[in-house]
Structure formats: C-alpha cells, structure tokens
Design a protein around this ligand. Structure first.
Ligand SMILES: Nc1nc2c(c(=O)[nH]1)N[C@H]1C(S)=C(S)[C@@H](COP(=O)(O)OP(=O)(O)OC[C@H]3O[C@@H](n4cnc5c(=O)[nH]c(N)nc54)[C@H](O)[C@@H]3O)O[C@H]1N2
Ligand SMILES: Nc1nc2c(c(=O)[nH]1)N[C@H]1C(S)=C(S)[C@@H](COP(=O)(O)OP(=O)(O)OC[C@H]3O[C@@H](n4cnc5c(=O)[nH]c(N)nc54)[C@H](O)[C@@H]3O)O[C@H]1N2
Ligand code: SF4
Ligand SMILES: [Mo]
Length: 892
C-alpha cells in the first residue's frame, strides 16, 4: 500500500491560500488555522474571481471544520476495518462482478465536487482499466444540458464568456438563475458594475427571487416556456433588422432553418407572450432592450438546464447571440454559470458517461486510440455509458451489480429518490466514499472515509475556466484519505499498479495537462500544454490561471474572437428548436407545479453547511413557498405544515406564503435529508423525466398536490445533546450552543411529563421545571444540572410558541441566574422586548424584527444606512437583497 506524501500541512505563520469548495464562482480564500481545529477564512484580495469578497457560505467555511461527525475508519457492513481490508474488498467485489457479468455490470457515480486530480483518476480507472463507460457524475443533474448545447453550437463544450464580460456588458439577462443566492459574489460584482455604468438587468424566472427583485425587468414566464420566449426573440430580431448578416455568413451555418423555425412558432409578440404567460408589453420591453443593446450577456443556470427541454433552451439562447454576432467580444455572449466548484474540471477530464478525457470524443476511433496509447490501457469502451438516471434504473433492475459512489449523495439529490434508495438497498455491492454519514452511506455495503476541504490538495476550475489550487492546512481525521489515493489503491489491488503509481496530486495534474496538450495539438481551446512541465514546487505555488494555457506560454485568451469554432467546418451552428411542454402536465389530481432549487445559506444536502449555527438561522426548516391564492384554496395559512404528494412520492414542509410565487407553482428547496428532517426529501417527489439529448432531469417541473397536514400539537426542544426521534415532524437545526428541534405530531399526547423527561435525559439529581395546561394543550419543561441549562421543551396545541433565539442564548451561560430561571418557562425575558425574529444577516445574526424596528424608528432608507446602524449586510453582503425588501416592506 502506497504511503501518503508528507508535508500536507502548512507550518508557516502565513495564511494558506486556497479556494472555496462551494459554488462555481471559485472564490479565493485565505485560511488561518486555529488551535481548536477550526480556522478563520477570509476572501483573498488577489484572487481574480472575488478580489477579497466572500458570500455567507464562504465566510463560514472555518466553522464547518473539526472532527465531529466525520467518517474516520473504513467499514464493511457495520464492521470497522483497516484500509488494506477495505481496498481488498472493493477490488475483489469489482473484479468478481466483471469476471461473472462483464465490465458494464460495474459503475462509478462521481461528482463535480471532486478535485480535477481525483476526477481524472476516477475516469482513467473506469474507462481505461475497468473497461466501462459507466461512469457518470452529479454534473449530469447540473449542467449536462449546457454541455450538449455548447457541443451542438460550437463543436465542443466551450463556455464563451469570462467574468469581466458581466462587468463590461450594458445588458445582463439572467435566465433561470437565482444568482443573488447561488452565485453571490459574481452577483455582487455584477451589481457593483451596474452602479458604475448603469447596465440593465433582466431576470427570467417564474418566481420573484431575491435576484429578480433587483432587476430592471422581471419576466415571470410560465414554467418551461423558455424556448418559446427565445424563439420569439429571434423572430423579433429578424423583424427589427438586428441581424448581423455579415457574421452569420462568414462564421455560422444553419441560420436559415433556424430563423424559419422560430418564425413558424413565435411569429409575433402576442403569440410568444400568450405561450409564455406574460403580458405583451413586458415581453416587448425585453425584446426591444435586447435588440438595441450590442453588449449583452445572457447568463443561464438551472431554470434552463434542469428541464426535459434543457438542451433546446440552451440552443435557443445561443441562437440569439449567434444571430446578432454577439459572441467572442468583450461584454457579449451566452454564459452558462456552472454550479459546483469543479463542474468545469469534470468536463476537462471527461467526467460524463458520453465523454472521454481532455475534451476528446468517446465515439471517435482516433480519439480513443490517442487516449488508450497514452494511458497504456488494456481496453477502452467505444460506446457511451449510462447517464445518471438510467444508471440508477440499471441498478434497480440488476444490470449494474456493483456501484461506487464518490462525493455525492444520490439518495437525496436524484429524482424519484425513494426508488433510488430502494435500488441501492437491493444492489449486490454499493461502495460509498464520503466524509460523513449520509442517507447514501446508510444503504452502503462498504463505506470509505474521504479527506475533505482543508485536508486535500489539488485544483478546481471555475465558471470562467480559471484553474485554482485548493491547498491543505490540516491533516485528515483518523484514517480518512484523499479520493485519488483511494481510487489508485483499488486500481493497484486489481492489478493496475503501474498506471496508478502516483506519488501525489502534482503528478496527476501533470499527466492531465500533458494529455490535454496531445489532444489539443495547439489547435483546440482546451489546452494545458503550458502546465505539463510543472514540478512539485511549481504546482505548490500555482497561481489562478485561465485556460487555454498554451505550450508557448500564452494563457487565458478570450474564446471565439476570430469567429472560428471547433466544428468540422469551423463555423458555429444555429440549431432550429421548437417548444415542447414539460414531460408531465398538472391535472385535476396533481394541480400544482413543483419547482425545486436552492436557498442562500445551505449547500446541497447540508453535510457541511448544516453543521454551522450561523448558516442555520436564515431558513431553518424545510418549506414550501406558495402563492396566497393557492394557499387559500388548500385552506393553508402562513406557517402551517403541509403535505405535498406527487405520483412518485411525498413530503412534509412548512408553508411560506409569498405573492412573488407564480400562482399554480410551489417552490421547495432541495437541501433537507433524512439525517436532518423526517420526510422532507423533495427528491422523492421529483419525476424522473430527462432531456432526450443531455439526460438531465426535469427538477423544476413535477405535478403535485398540496394539503394541510393536520397536526394536534406543535413544539420545539432545545438541547445540548442530540435527541431521539419522537415526532412525525422533526427537524434538527444546528445552533451555536445547542441543537434546536422543531416538532409536531398528528396524534394527541395525553401526558407529556414522562416522555419529556426521557427525551431530555433527566437524571434523579437534576432540576426539573415544568408547567402544564392540559385543557389548553400546553406543556413546558426545562432540565437543569447544577444550574446549567441542559434542555427545554415547549409544546402547544397551536403555533403560539415563544421565540427560540432568546432561549437558545441561555445555553451559552454556565449557570442560569435567578432572573433567567424565572423567565425560562415563559420563554422570554421580563419586560416587553420583541423577539429578534427570523435571522436575515448571517454574519452578524441580525433578525427580521430588529431590522424592521430600526428601519422604522430610525427612518433608514438604504442597506448602507442599515449597515451603519446595525452592521447587517456589511460583511459578505449576501443579505443585501433582503434588506432592500425589508425597507420596501416597512415603507408599505
Ligand atoms: N446557496 C447555494 N448556492 C449554490 C448551491 C447551493 O446548494 N446553495 N449549489 C450550486 C449548484 S451545484 C448549482 S447547479 C447552482 C444553481 O444555481 P441556480 O440555477 O441559480 O439555482 P436554482 O435555485 O436551482 O434554480 C434557479 C432558478 O430557476 C428557476 N426556474 C424554475 N423553472 C424555470 C423555468 O422553466 N424557466 C426559467 N427561466 N427559470 C426557471 C427557479 O425558480 C429558480 O429560481 O447553484 C450553486 N450555488
Ligand atoms: N430536487 C432537486 N434536486 C437536485 C437539484 C435541484 O435543483 N433540485 N440540483 C441538482 C444539482 S445541480 C446538483 S449539483 C446535485 C448536488 O447533489 P449532491 O452531489 O448529492 O449533493 P452534496 O450534498 O453536495 O453531496 C456531496 C457529498 O460529498 C461529500 N463530500 C464532501 N467533500 C468530499 C470529499 O472530498 N470526498 C468525498 N468522497 N466526499 C466528499 C459530502 O459530505 C456530500 O455527502 O443535486 C441535484 N439534485
Ligand atoms: S460565491 Fe460564495 S459559495 Fe461561491 S465560491 Fe464564492 S464564497 Fe464560495
Ligand atoms: Mo449543480
């Protein structure tokens, strides 16, 4: 077994320069490790993605660290084992399955959160040495539609824009992107540029998001109607004479058919407006603005990609840019915003089942020959492997018998997620590499502990093709190991030691860069030949750099400036596309459309951000955001619990009413897992329809029914230790000095005293305070040990419950004083202090009520004035859109 290279941990007093492991903006961070195992993290002023800025998640990175809840030993079944045994078992399981059933009976399912080096090794292992193309990644769920649209238009998966373009544009169109919450630092850069140069912002999204609230125009289009909207734009541009015929003739093909198709479908503004469910005047305003503005960037994200028409939506957008020649120029182009930190790196190494390494084509014999000889691999599959959703279908029906899942949590994040869980439970061999227990490790046969951010070394590539180093500043806990090491050891145990004899990530990166140089041969955009000679020291000190990095030293050039593309003809293709409705329409039984996505302070399935108190206050519970009219129809009031059902599954959530929600649509975040909340995995409801070209699922459109979840009691507990499951609605929230549990039940509890003592773990010598009003259905109890608050429970027949914030503060003190003790069961301090309310500013923990009170009493009129008065919004700035909303609310 190969040893890990030493020298992983920085010892100088200097902060370690690294990269944020969350979104595709790829912000640089400066990390100063602390004695307690945590770290302070600030933005790197020199990093060209963020110039020192961080969002709420990046700013709280230091608090995600620490050994608590980490996986530290490999295990087989329930049995902890050493690495030798674990690796032997994985290797034998895969070898035996291949011997009995052939290479396509095994598969890997990996992640855009792997470092490029891990990702490269995983692909080499699967495609080159297991001999199967059955390696797919969660990027299939994320930007595979954009990849397919790029390939169709440009002949390769190339993103035409860079971040500067957002600052140089006069018009920015955000389509299906809630960038204020999902790409916050990029959004802040964009807003700053807008202040300076007066650029316009248009947001195309069915809901009024915090991003849309800031826009000059918000187009709340009917879900799934983007193709129609952009076909309508294309036809309008032709009518208005905004076409760049010179560009079309010299650099493109397919424009005549494309124009005809668009004209057939959306010949006039009224026609397009009707199909998109938009007022004609609003659509006309947008079309006019687009036609008149040369410098326009259309940035798109999951409202485009996660659709059964995702590839066509991408093409419809790109068509408009090609038609006007607005591509390959400063401040102009279609811009796919990547979600994960290394979505782009995954594309470089050929992470998807239909790709080969280094932007080479799996289906091209000459490309396969190049890779095969470079890897010295015994065989290379010639047909694409199974795409994520089909891959799990194959697991369900037994075609795939051994599966290795790395750095992703499909039991939460795939559509039809209950079926995914059932499929994994039946599968002969499921191996999971993760850093913590998840809903997916819960159904694994072998669990492997992975090193995580801060403990691993490597590179990631952000949305603008910029490669940055992630650097380690602390050792992994226990036996945890980097993913490249684990995969290489399994490959070696299967007899491929020579091809995987890496002594560290630098060697892998150099191999990757060398292969890209061979593949590009100086002619293609994806080219890292200029980094193929890096030595250890050069890799260690690698500065953020945008590709292409040519052998002659040229780097980071803007793509497509010469109008030359990577298609066989060298011309870009306009692709005729036609609107298709989403796969499943709402009906009488399932009348609403479920739209899913993200919230500001949580990352995906919450395995890291869910550990941070500061990030848990903003939106602590699984919720369903619905229009007041739909709520009234279902008899649901603000804050009540609801049950959502689709033909695929069901869940519970807290109702949040919002007039910004499109009538007929419900928005539910994707984040909550079984580890944190009961019956709150929205993936269980999501239909498994996919885009026919990209295979990307339709996460934004599932018919559902919503009903009141009639509860008999509601309550919450705060406790120093984690509590057992007691209620059918139970949500665990990380607070600074305690855990908060939101609870509710549909069966009345006659007597609370005994179960409350058990729940909070009362001992004979403890102090037990309690108050009961049986007739009113109210019960309150608190447990103290030597004057220290251990836990408390508040139950009520309705939702009249005290503020959690004041009570949770009592856990910070070692001994409760008499006043606090007296007010404990009242749940609030004496006097008439208002509770701070829902936390809006995560950095300084400033609540909604505090903000509203200050805005009114001090007549505050801008986020800057709020910042001066209360600090809110002055650190990461992620809450500024909400501060603006509160100012408007106070005025109204
Ligand atoms: N805070 C936070 N940030 C993140 C992440 C996170 O988990 N948390 N994850 C990262 C990842 S991996 C990704 S992929 C990105 C995703 O970033 P975004 O794509 O910005 O985020 P989403 O919330 O998934 O969806 C975006 C919007 O699409 C809208 N939408 C739904 N249907 C349609 C439609 O038919 N047409 C249009 N035009 N819009 C529609 C939704 O209402 C939603 O507001 O975020 C990244 N950043
Ligand atoms: N309903 C709904 N579902 C969605 C979406 C949606 O909009 N709506 N969006 C989809 C999109 S765009 C995405 S990108 C996916 C994301 O979905 P997932 O990839 O499933 O989400 P994560 O929680 O990021 O999972 C990453 C896992 O890797 C682990 N991990 C962290 N660091 C390491 C490491 O260094 N090594 C290893 N081996 N493991 C590590 C984490 O603990 C975590 O369990 O969700 C998709 N699912
Ligand atoms: S915007 Fe936030 S989450 Fe994204 S990379 Fe920057 S700090 Fe990290
Ligand atoms: Mo994503």
């Amino acid at each position: 077994m190969a040893a890990l290279p030493a020298g992983l941990v920085a010892t100088s007093g200097q902060p370690v320069r690294s990269t944020c492991p969350y979104c595709g903006v790829g912000c640089g961070v400066l990390v100063t490790p602390q004695a307690d195992g945590r770290a302070t993290v600030v933005g790197d002023p020199q990093h060209p993605a963020n110039f020192g800025r961080l969002c709420s998640k990046g700013a709280a990175l230091g608090e995600t660290l620490g050994p608590a809840d980490r996986l530290t030993t490999p295990r087989i079944g329930d049995r902890p084992v050493d690495w030798q045994q674990a690796i032997g078992a994985v290797a034998k399981g895969f070898s035996d399955t291949i011997a009995r059933h052939g290479p396509d009976a095994v598969a890997l399912y990996v992640s855009g959160q792997l470092l490029t080096e891990d990702y490269y090794v995983a692909n080499k292992f699967a495609k080159g040495f297991l001999g199967t193309a059955n390696i797919d990644t969660n990027s299939r769920l994320c930007m595979s539609s954009a990849v397919a649209a790029h390939q169709r238009a440009f002949g390769a998966d190339l993103v035409p824009c860079i971040y500067d373009d957002l600052e140089e544009a006069d018009l920015i169109v955000l389509v299906g992107s809630n960038a204020a919450w999902c790409h916050p630092v990029l959004y802040q850069r964009l807003m700053a540029a807008r202040e300076q140069r007066g650029s316009k912002l248009v947001v195309i999204d069915p809901r009024l998001t915090p991003t849309a609230e800031q826009a000059d125009l918000h187009l709340p289009l009917a879900p799934g109607s983007d193709v129609l909207l952009f076909n309508g734009l294309l036809a309008y541009l032709v009518r208005e004479g905004a076409v760049d015929f010179d560009y079309l003739e010299r650099h493109t093909e397919g424009f005549a058919e494309t124009i005809r198709a668009a004209q057939r479908e959306a010949s006039s503004i009224p026609k397009a407006a009707a199909g998109c469910g938009l007022p004609e005047a609003l659509l006309a305003d947008f079309y006019r603005l687009f036609a008149r503005t040369a410098k326009v960037v259309t940035a798109f994200s999951q409202g485009v990609n996660q659709s059964s028409a995702g590839t066509d939506k991408g093409s419809a957008i790109i068509n408009c840019h090609l038609l006007t020649g607005r591509i390959g120029k400063p401040g102009a182009g279609p811009f796919s915003l990547t979600g994960q930190p290394n979505a782009m790196g995954g594309r470089e190494v050929g992470g998807l089942a239909n790709q080969l390494a280094a932007h080479l084509r799996l289906e091209a014999p000459e490309d396969r020959a190049l890779v095969r000889s470079f890897w010295h691999s015994p065989h290379l599959p010639s047909a694409p492997g199974l795409k994520a959703v089909s891959l799990f279908d194959a697991v369900a029906d037994g075609r795939v018998k051994a599966l290795w899942i790395i750095a992703t949590n499909p039991v939460v994040s795939l559509p039809d997620a209950d079926r995914v869980r059932a499929a994994l439970a039946r599968c002969e061999l499921v191996v999971v590499s993760d850093m913590t227990e998840t809903d997916t490790t819960a159904v694994a046969d072998i669990v492997l502990p992975a090193a995580s951010w801060g403990e691993r070394e490597g590179t990631v590539t952000n949305s603008e093709r910029r490669i940055s180093r992630q650097r380690a500043f602390q050792p992994p806990p226990g036996q945890a190991r980097p993913d490249w090491w684990i995969i290489s050891e399994v490959a070696a145990a299967m007899g491929h030691g020579e091809a995987f004899a890496y002594d560290g990530p630098a060697a892998i990166f150099v191999e990757h860069a060398t292969l890209s140089g061979h593949a590009a041969a100086g002619r293609k955009a994806f080219d890292l030949a200029g980094l193929a000679q890096l030595d250890e020291a050069g890799y260690e000190t690698l500065e953020p750099i945008r590709w292409p990095v040519r052998a002659d030293g040229g780097a980071g050039e803007r793509l497509f400036t010469d109008g030359h593309f990577q298609t066989p003809s060298g011309r870009a293709r306009l692709v005729p596309v036609q609107y298709r409705p989403p796969a499943h329409a709402p009906d009488a039984k399932y009348p609403l459309v479920l739209n899913t996505g993200r919230i500001r302070d949580q990352w995906h399935t919450m395995t890291r951000t869910g550990r941070v108190a500061r990030l848990s206050h903003h939106l602590p519970e699984p919720f369903a955001e619905l229009h007041p009219a739909d709520a009234a129809r279902a008899g649901v009031r603000q804050g009540e619990l609801v049950r959502l059902c689709s033909p695929w599954g069901s869940m519970q959530a807290r109702a949040r009413l919002s007039a910004g929600q499109r009538p007929g649509s419900v928005f539910v975040p994707m984040h909550w897992s079984e580890q944190i909340a009961r019956q709150a995995r929205v993936g269980a409801l999501v239909n498994p329809a996919v885009d026919p070209t990209s295979g990307e699922p339709e996460f934004k459109h599932t018919p559902v029914r919503l009903e009141r979840y009639a509860v008999r009691w509601q309550g919450f507990a705060l406790a120093r230790e984690r509590l057992a499951q007691i209620a059918p609605w139970q949500v665990k929230v990380r607070y600074q000095d305690c855990w908060r549990y939101e609870l509710a039940g549909d069966v009345a509890v006659g007597e609370w005293s005994a179960p409350a003592r058990t729940l909070l773990g009362a001992q004979p010598d403890d102090d037990w305070l309690e108050y009961e009003d049986r007739a009113g259905g109210s019960y309150r109890a608190a447990l103290l040990r030597a004057d220290r608050l251990i836990g408390c429970l508040f139950v009520s027949a309705d939702d009249r419950l005290p503020d959690r914030e004041w009570l949770s503060g009592l856990f910070a003190t070692a001994e409760l004083d008499t006043a606090a003790r007296m007010n404990l069961l009242a749940g609030r301090p004496a006097g008439t202090q208002t509770p701070v309310g829902e936390i809006i500013c995560a950095c300084f923990q400033v609540g909604r009520n505090t903000l509203l009170e200050a805005i009114t009493s001090q007549s505050l009129t801008s986020p800057a004035e709020i910042g001066e008065a209360l600090q809110a919004g002055t650190n990461c700035g992620s809450c500024v859109p909400e501060l603006k909303r509160l100012i408007a609310e106070a005025k109204a």
